[in-house]
Design a protein around this ligand. Structure first.
Ligand SMILES: Cc1ncc(COP(=O)(O)O)c(C=O)c1O
Length: 366
């Protein structure tokens, strides 16, 4: 029996897609083999790879002046690949710190470059997004990096920093975004970004593949010591097949992209995601028993952390939720409490079931 899975990642995947992958598992495309058992260089697999890219381009309206790469190493690999590819040795890079994942990205970047902090949400306990007017961006920075959705804190940017506001020295500083936990949750204007990256294991597919969308003019200047598998130009020139890619993850991502198109694309997903998040936040705010600490304008659609008025009930809450078919609601180990992740594949019925359970639990324990 399937449960409603609120895991932050690896996370729930669309049932329809899981069933299709199951049906095709041992005999894909009539070839008598699974898609995992064929060469990544075979005509059949190259077609899968190219179709996945085409569908992703269509979903996100990615301009032709951007390369789409399917890499390995996760978003964490990109924490290093970004400075290695976009910043010369000795250059300054600029980062916005809004929580745990920003901090990890900053920590890696410091191994390669001098990092300036453009804005810091530490003072608010990482419960807000600092207003753009307060940012101080080094005009000489090679790029400006931010995390549009902080998966652990549940903080999501209500705006994309305007290109003009990150202008320095007469040129516009490329904007780099770690979209791991928000990509494909709503339409975005890719042309506002120099580079977008995302690990797959939330809204794209199984863990093991990392999507990088990068403006063409930013590639081709990787530092000599950059591992070749992280060199955007080398990977772009080879169709992300400089070495063996995670073929199953790429195939599966392609099925998810097709599923998203059948759902009506990202505008339709945005409507659904907004409705799901609003339902849960409204229930939390009205309860007087559950609490979400994030400023209202910065609340994430994808990850909703919340606490109980009586933390001693946390264990019981989780145990009973589990028995009701509501799985993986435990908050991140660093913050405790609860967290409900509402990625694309979580239906509204799952959120309704969670809200009903929360109300019932409160009635019994308040
Ligand atoms: C926003 C964000 N960035 C980076 C990561 C790290 O991704 P990976 O485990 O693919 O390296 C995560 C993982 O949950 C994340 O949520």
């Amino acid at each position: 029996m399937r449960v409603f899975n609120f895991s932050a990642g690896p996370a729930v995947l669309p049932l329809e897609v899981l069933e299709q992958a199951r049906d095709e598992m041992t005999d894909w495309n009539g070839g008598g083999m699974s898609v995992m058992e064929i060469s990544h260089r075979s005509k059949a697999f190259v077609a899968v790879a190219q179709q996945a890219e085409a569908d992703l381009r269509e979903l996100l309206s990615i301009p032709t002046s951007y390369k789409v790469l399917f890499l390995q190493g996760g978003a964490t690999g990109q924490f290093s690949a970004v400075p290695l590819n976009l910043a010369a040795e000795g250059a300054t890079v600029s980062y916005v710190n809004t929580g745990a994942w920003s901090k990890k990205a900053i920590g890696e970047a410091r191994r390669y470059n001098k990092v300036g902090i453009a804005a810091d949400a530490a003072d608010s306990g990482y419960n807000t997004v600092p207003a753009l007017q307060t940012w101080t961006i080094d005009p000489a920075a090679a790029y400006l990096h931010y995390t549009p959705n902080e998966t652990i804190g549940g903080v999501e940017f209500p705006f994309v920093p305007a290109a003009g506001s990150v202008a320095g020295g007469g040129s516009v500083i490329p904007l780099v975004a770690d979209m791991s936990s928000t990509i494909l949750s709503r339409p975005i204007d890719v042309s506002r970004f120099g580079l977008i990256y995302a690990g797959a294991q939330k809204n794209i597919g199984p863990a093991g593949i990392t999507v990088v969308i990068v403006r063409e003019d930013l590639i081709g200047r990787a530092r000599p010591a950059t591992p070749t598998v992280f060199d955007y130009k080398a990977m772009a020139d080879d169709g992300s097949m400089l070495n063996t890619p995670p073929t199953f993850g790429w195939y599966f991502a392609g099925l998810v992209f097709k599923w998203l198109k059948r759902q009506g694309g990202l505008a339709a997903m945005a409507e659904r995601n907004r409705a799901k998040a609003e339902r849960l936040y409204a229930a939390i705010d009205a309860s007087g028993f559950y609490r979400n600490p994030v400023a209202k304008n910065a609340r994430s659609w994808m990850n909703v952390p919340f606490t109980l008025a009586r933390p001693e009930l946390d264990k019981e809450f989780l145990a009973q939720a589990g028995k009701t078919g509501l799985a993986n609601l435990e908050g991140h180990r660093s913050v405790g409490g609860m967290r409900a992740s509402l990625y694309n594949a979580m239906p509204l019925e799952g959120v309704n079931a969670l809200v009903e359970f929360m109300q019932e639990f409160q009635r019994r324990h308040a």
